[in-house]
Design a binder for this molecule. Structure first.
Ligand code: SAH
Length: 345
């Protein structure tokens, strides 16, 4: 694949510049402009000769994203962006402020193929994979806009990161590079609906990031109903991969569990979940489901969530309930784009 310059590693940029008769230090300068200074145009690169800038502008146009909408939560200052990509596709990112710093939640695809019944990203289907340079642009554009530097990244926006595997791996390489943004892999979480072969591929890489698995149900029949990917990779196959991953990398896996009232929040589900995860280096993150207009699901009551937590804890599973941020700004993945493309606001 031919990558755009923002999706290239420093050594790939060096090869491009060599062909243009440029010394190798120029590659470092350009890489640093792109990924340290978060430049969105070549004209900002003041130590690069004008003639070279002209050539780069012509032959290697910079892809980025433009802010189409920005919503700021009045409750907790969570900021949600709707970005427009160079070909007119839309993706979303969310910036959240925590005690330890800023976390950005990025999209890896425009739309999604996975079809989870409760998720807004899936309405409207799959559009395309994002390039590594577009994923970094989500972060840089938000940082430049807010005048902040983020310390943590979660790949939990629109799309399935392991369905855009090569580009996401390249994104991780660029965003963690010392000559670039230099974010620690330890501060990155990648969330997947469970594409088993790619979990094994990721395991081999020993990246040090946190793997999150969107489990959402402890029974195959139930999980297949809300997450079609389960028809391909059943729960036991997925959990075997997770056990191997945790053992091989010594990294604790985080299981995401959206609480859907009357569906997956019963005592029976809690006990089955505890049994399925027994002995694994893991953690359960309960998320009261965000209501999506197009889906029939409602969040579990606080009493149900409390009971679910108690049952898991009693059975030796560590569990947290995710704090709900940005609930007044459609901050669940895909919701803002959906409203925009429907022309509702
Ligand atoms: N495709 C990846 C990452 C994107 S979704 C994955 O499936 O993990 C990030 C998380 O938000 C997933 O756990 C997803 O299941 C969850 N999610 C999607 N829609 C939701 C909703 N309406 N309410 C609560 N969580 C939701």
């Amino acid at each position: 694949m031919n990558y755009d310059i923002k999706s290239m590693t420093a050594s790939e940029i060096e090869a491009v510049l060599k062909q243009l008769g440029q010394p190798s230090y120029r590659a470092k300068q350009i890489y640093s402009w792109l990924h340290k200074n978060k430049a969105s145009s070549y004209s900002e690169m003041t130590n690069i000769p004008k003639t070279l800038i002209g050539k780069l502008e012509e032959e290697y146009p910079l892809n980025g994203c433009e802010i189409k909408r920005r919503q700021i939560s009045e409750k907790d200052s969570t900021v949600k962006y709707l970005f427009e990509l160079s070909d007119g596709e839309f993706v979303e990112s969310v910036v959240m402020k925590y005690k330890y710093g800023y976390t950005v939640c990025v999209s890896t695809q425009a739309g999604c193929k996975m079809g989870c019944a409760f998720c807004a990203s899936t309405v409207g289907g799959f559009r395309r994979n994002l390039l590594p340079g577009e994923i970094v642009s989500e972060i840089y554009t938000a940082e430049n806009d807010l005048g902040i530097t983020v310390s943590h990244i979660v790949l939990m926006g629109m799309g399935e990161p392991l369905d855009n595997y090569e580009n996401v791996m390249r994104f991780l390489e660029i965003i963690t590079s010392e000559e670039g943004h230099n974010i620690s892999m330890r501060n990155i979480s990648l969330s997947t609906c469970g594409i088993v072969p790619r979990i094994y591929d990721l395991m081999q890489k020993h990246l040090g990031l946190t793997l999150s698995i969107s489990l959402h149900a402890p029974f195959d029949e139930m999980r297949s109903r809300i997450m079609p990917v389960n028809n391909k990779y059943h729960i036991d196959e997925l959990l075997t991969a997770c056990r191997r991953y945790a053992a091989e990398t010594s990294r604790r896996i985080s299981f995401e569990y959206a609480m859907l009232s009357g569906i997956n929040d019963t005592d029976e589900c809690a006990l089955a979940l505890a049994k399925a995860l027994k002995g694994m280096l893991c953690h359960v993150n309960l998320i009261p489901v965000n209501e999506v207009r197009e889906s029939p699901y409602h969040p579990s009551t606080p009493e149900r969530v409390k009971r679910f937590v108690e049952l898991l804890e009693k059975n030796g599973i560590t569990v947290t309930v995710r704090r709900k941020l940005g609930s007044d700004i459609d901050a669940s993945c895909g919701q803002l784009r959906l409203r925009h493309t429907e022309g509702k606001d």
